[in-house]
Every structure is written in structure tokens, then in C-alpha cells.
Design a protein around this ligand. Structure first.
Ligand code: ADP
Length: 201
């Protein structure tokens, strides 16, 4: 089992790349952003609670997000591994994920960050906002707030996994295929490490 956190600022291409990884490695993709959007669309209690934060570009409170994530993981007991996208976004979420993985008798193998400049992100999100129907992509103030939140609250999560020797960075600029190939190189390396560990017993 291999569990990966796909990391990076909003608009760095996590969703696109996660889909390619699902097809190649048979991992299960869990995106907290997608889970929230599903709840917004169906106007569930969770959706109603999340909306106020999402529309302002703020993070949904940790307890809400962590419970939702736990439930989603528990729905897939047969998974061969997960790609976490948009989670963890705070140190508290990283700690909760660590505990959850322990309970499931597994672990996070790596965090891989897609590196993209602030200018490129704003441009990409405004472009996506034209077609995605996501209101949080159509407003430059909300976009700017999300980037600030990423820098203040989320980027320390990279250091958290770096202290465990599990953080990797990949250049997030280029064609979708070029970026996918960079991710494949890292993930193939993770599988190789895992095989070696198993062979050594
Ligand atoms: P982005 O495109 O900005 O990377 P997502 O699609 O992952 O964003 O998430 C959209 C919004 O949902 C975020 O701006 C935030 O309000 C909320 N959200 C998603 N994941 C989390 C999380 N792990 N913790 C708190 N809030 C979250």
C-alpha cells in the first residue's frame, strides 16, 4: 500500500495530475475540495457550514474537514492506497492524518509538492473560473486570499513531512504530460523503496 499527499498551491494542477496517477497506479483519489463541492451542490448541512468559509477563500475549520476525511477513508477499506489532494492543509490536519493512517495500519509514504509561481497561479485560476462554475475562482480577492492562506497555514505542512524525510518537490510548470512524468519518477522510486524493504524482510 502506498499513500501519497499531492501538495501545492491552489491551481497548481493537483486535480489533473491526481486523475492521471489514479489511472496509472490504481490508487484512490480523495480531494477534500471535491468533497466540499459535492456537499455545496447538494446543499447538505456540511455544505451549508462550509460555504461561508469557501466563498471567502478561508479554510473550513479543522474538525469539520478531518471528520469528513476520516469518513471518506473508512468508506474504502479495500483501497490499494490513497492520493490525498487538498488535505492536509494545516499542521493539525497533518497530525490527524498521521493518527488515522496508524489506525488503518498504514502510513503516508510521501508528500509531493507541485511548484508553481504566484503569477502563474492567479492566471490559471482566473482562466479556470471562466468555465468551472466555481465562484471561488472568479474573484481576484478570493484567489489572493487562498494563496495567502496557503503560504501562512498550509506551506508548513511541507516542512512537517520534510522533517520525516518524506517531502519531495516537482516543477509544476510545463505540459500536463511533462509534469506527470516528473511525478511518475518520484512515485516509481517510492515503489522501489517499498519493494526493497519487503525483500529485506
Ligand atoms: P484549490 O483549488 O484552491 O486548491 P480546493 O478545490 O482543494 O481548492 O478546495 C476549495 C476550498 O475548499 C478551499 O479554498 C477551502 O475553503 C476548502 N477546503 C478544501 N480542503 C480543505 C482542507 N483540507 N481544510 C480546510 N478547508 C478546505
Amino acid at each position: 500500500m502506498i499513500n501519497i499527499i499531492l501538495f501545492g498551491p491552489p491551481g497548481s494542477g493537483k486535480g489533473t495530475q491526481a486523475q492521471i496517477l489514479v489511472d496509472k497506479y490504481g490508487l484512490e483519489h480523495i480531494s477534500t475540495g471535491d468533497l466540499f463541492r459535492y456537499n455545496l451542490k447538494h446543499n447538505t448541512d456540511l455544505g451549508k457550514e462550509a460555504r461561508t468559509y469557501i466563498d471567502k477563500g478561508e479554510l473550513v475549520p479543522d474538525n469539520v474537514t478531518i471528520n469528513m476525511l476520516k469518513q471518506r477513508v473508512e468508506e474504502s477499506p479495500e483501497a490499494e492506497g490513497f492520493i490525498f489532494d487538498g488535505f492536509p492543509r494545516t499542521i493539525a490536519q497533518a497530525e490527524a492524518l498521521m493518527k488515522l493512517m496508524e489506525v488503518e495500519n498504514t502510513q503516508i509514504n510521501a508528500l509531493i509538492k507541485l511548484e508553481v509561481s504566484r503569477e502563474a497561479i492567479v492566471e490559471r485560476l482566473l482562466e479556470r473560473g471562466k468555465t468551472s462554475g466555481r465562484s471561488d475562482d472568479q474573484n481576484e480577492t478570493t484567489i489572493s486570499k487562498r494563496i495567502d492562506v496557503y503560504l501562512d497555514e498550509t506551506s508548513p505542512v511541507f516542512d512537517y513531512y520534510q522533517n520525516l524525510d518524506k517531502s519531495y518537490g516537482v516543477n509544476g510548470l510545463g505540459t500536463i504530460e511533462e509534469i506527470a512524468n516528473r511525478l511518475h519518477a518520484v512515485i516509481d522510486h517510492l515503489y522501489a523503496i517499498q519493494r526493497e524493504t519487503i525483500e529485506k524482510g
